[in-house]
Design a protein around this ligand. Structure first.
Ligand SMILES: [Zn+2]
Length: 389
């Protein structure tokens, strides 16, 4: 289904960027976490809260310490802070969960974000938190605020959400989700910055689905400051295919693929830029903050950063030729995307023009390459001197 991965609307308001955001990546030591909550410890299967407590999760005099949640409206599209909101655990087999989490972890592997599946039993994170599935919103707050001060995490509920008594509005069957739209502060999505701990909702009726699997990564992507790439179909097959490997595009919504990631290739902005039919501005990029790719927006965010043990290379959802060539202590990466498996219909690079996208990577650590779907050709120097996986 289209249009069900709702996100807060772009705000014209922009946060001023403090020196916090331009410090050297090498200086950062704070890990970001992404917690996935299936409801194992919900009392009798239901975590009872309110519309208000789920939207404005925790306030603080310091804006960056506020925990932003999600506004879910009731059956008459109303928001009343005191209206009951029941988050209802759904049924997943251990295999369902393991299959979905494996793909989510693959998507986040290139980044300095640790994915934690919350379970009934407590577990200890690398930064010293003792965490388990929540019994209350207080537990959620404690999980997010634990560990190293300053980490900006995401907490994703995968459940059904019933709002109001009597004839409640139910968010669940069919999937989709919603990312933070709190009244406490500008969302990280709007600010293009991972400035807060966030709580997001993912609607599920239980069981494995590609939609649910991909949406876990997608809603968390908003929590880490990313906006959408292509949303509605463009009616241009190669452009739709091209975006199918990108987590922040709706083009992956029901893709039966495990190939999605935050792509390291310029992707076109979605929402009002892809209202159906041809995109309005081919050169309007999904990535912001001066970066060309969504991966690079997260790479350059002082509160995210990359996996320190991997250099990341990705293709697109289309047919790619990826060439990695040694040049002294570094390697040159060139990615060419094509609309056909014969590599005869080159796709113009959004935002930058031309048909090749290039960057360099260090040759000091393992190179992680995600082809991104379709037929890809890899041309890699044999003397790089590092592992590739
Ligand atoms: Zn979205």
């Amino acid at each position: 289904m289209f249009g069900i991965k709702l996100a807060s609307k772009e705000s014209s308001k922009r946060l001023h960027r403090s020196s916090l955001y331009i410090e050297q990546l090498e200086d950062r030591i704070v890990l970001a976490y992404m917690f996935v909550e299936f409801g194992d410890n919900f009392p009798l299967g239901t975590l009872s809260t309110t519309q208000g407590a789920f939207r404005d999760v925790a306030n603080d005099s310091v804006p960056g310490n506020r925990i932003l949640g999600t506004q879910l409206v009731d059956a008459v599209n109303a928001f009343n802070a005191a209206t009951p909101l029941d988050i209802v655990k759904q049924s997943f087999t251990l295999t369902n969960r393991a299959e979905m989490l494996a793909v989510v972890r693959r998507a986040y592997l290139p980044l300095n974000i640790t994915v934690v599946e919350l379970t009934a039993a407590s577990q200890t994170t690398a930064d010293g938190r003792t965490v388990a599935s929540a019994t209350s919103m207080t537990n959620v707050i404690n999980t997010l605020r634990g560990g190293v001060v300053g980490s900006k995490d995401a907490y994703i509920f995968v459940a059904t959400f019933n709002i109001g008594g009597g004839n409640p509005r139910t968010y669940g069957p069919g999937g989709g989700g919603n990312s933070p739209t709190s009244a406490l502060d500008t969302s990280d999505l709007s600010a293009a910055s991972n400035a807060h701990d966030d709580v997001a909702a993912l609607y599920s009726a239980g069981g494995f689905s590609f939609n649910t699997m991909n949406n876990i990564s997608h809603e968390a992507g908003h929590c880490f400051g990313l906006q959408h790439s292509i949303t509605n179909a463009t009616n241009i097959a190669e452009i739709d295919l091209f975006h199918q490997a990108e987590i922040m595009s709706y083009r992956n919504t029901n893709a039966t693929t495990s190939s999605i990631a935050f792509t390291r290739y310029p992707m076109i902005r979605g929402d009002s830029n892809s209202p159906g039919g041809p995109v309005l501005n081919y050169n309007s990029l999904a990535a912001r903050t001066g970066d060309s790719t969504l991966y690079d927006q997260l790479r350059t965010d002082a509160n995210v950063g990359v996996n320190p043990n991997l250099s990341f290379v990705s293709g697109t959802g289309a047919h790619d030729i990826i060439t990695i060539t040694k040049s002294g202590a570094i390697a040159n990466v060139v990615v060419q995307a094509f609309g056909d498996a014969a590599y005869s219909v080159p796709i113009t690079v959004p935002g930058l023009g031309g048909t090749t996208y290039s960057y360099t990577i260090p040759l000091t650590q393992t190179i992680l390459i995600y082809g991104g779907g379709s037929n890809d050709r890899f041309i890699i120097d044999g003397n790089l001197g590092v592992n590739i996986k």
